[in-house]
Design a protein around this ligand. Structure first.
Ligand SMILES: O=C1O[C@H](COP(=O)(O)O)[C@@H](O)[C@H](O)[C@H]1O
Length: 275
């Protein structure tokens, strides 16, 4: 069992001894949310990002998840996408297709990737339109506070610089308040052209999970999670604060190594961490 720590403000930290434990715990979490959403609303609307988190969701292709999850009820979106061809190695769609979509019985018509034949600006506009249609039919729930889409789960990774989705530090896209999906053409991490959910959409989700692994992201995890005080740099990951929803951080021990109190994490039995 992973160490689970609840922060005062409703955030939850789950710290895992190794990647296998993390991916199992993440798969269980996603499967439980899927089951609950299907029972309550008849659908599970999930938005995923790209990057290293996708190798961790591969566990869903294994037993028991491959058989128990109601894949036909999944409606799959991307929290961010690189504006490249779907067959390109940088495509977040291709990453998920290769790692999950070709291995479990999702419904092709429920997989909502961007139009890769238009500009980043047009792709963002079209993608927002697609999401609006799904909110209208309540395949995606709606947040009563701001009428934003309320995804059942938004699954994010975090970059070394603290970026989430394609929202990078000090970028004007972080200030977007009206649009649900915006575009950038100057991503500091290649490729430059991307579309991304905006913070209002991310923070309207029912559940947001941020997955961070590896010691090279430990400093960013510390700056994103701990109470740093007024001099804290503005990290996009720190701006993930679901208004009504729940935020869960999934970390491995290396990524958690610089968190306040990390000195007290120790192994206490097979696969467990305790403080
Ligand atoms: O460019 C991106 O980077 C982040 C983080 O990727 P990682 O490989 O360092 O985990 C990812 O979450 C995002 O979707 C992607 O477009």
């Amino acid at each position: 069992m992973a160490l689970s720590r609840d922060k005062k403000d409703g955030r939850e930290l789950r710290i895992h001894e190794n990647m296998d434990e993390l991916s199992t715990n993440l798969a269980e979490y996603i499967a439980e949310l899927s089951e609950a959403s299907v029972k309550e609303r008849g659908a599970f609307a999930i938005a995923l990002s790209g990057g290293s988190v996708i190798s961790l969701v591969r566990k869903l292709c294994e037993a028991p998840f491959n058989k128990t999850v109601e894949w036909a009820k999944w409606h799959i979106f991307w929290a961010d996408e690189r504006v490249v061809a779907k067959s390109h190695v940088d495509s977040n769609y291709k990453l998920l297709k290769d790692n999950l979509l070709t291995k479990v019985p999702t419904v092709p018509g429920h997989v909502h990737s961007i139009n890769d034949t238009v500009t980043a600006e047009q792709a963002a506009e079209e993608y927002e339109f697609v999401i609006r249609q799904h909110v209208r039919t309540r395949v995606i729930d709606v947040c009563e506070i701001n009428d934003c889409p309320k995804f059942d789960l938004i699954l994010l990774g975090m970059g070394h610089d603290g970026h989430i989705a394609s929202l990078f530090p000090n970028h004007s896209a972080l200030d977007e308040k009206e649009l649900w999906v915006t575009f950038i053409t100057d991503s500091p991490k290649p490729p430059p052209e991307r579309i991304t959910f905006t913070l209002p959409v991310i923070n309207s989700a029912s559940k947001v999970a941020v997955v961070v692994t590896g010691g090279s992201k430990a400093e960013a995890a510390h700056l994103a999670i701990d109470d740093i005080g007024p001099d804290c740099p503005v990290l996009p990951a720190r701006m993930v604060r679901p208004t009504e929803g729940v935020l869960v951080w999934f970390l491995d021990q290396a990524a958690a190594s610089k968190l306040d109190g990390a000195i007290g994490f120790s192994t206490c039995g097979s696969g467990s961490l305790c403080m």
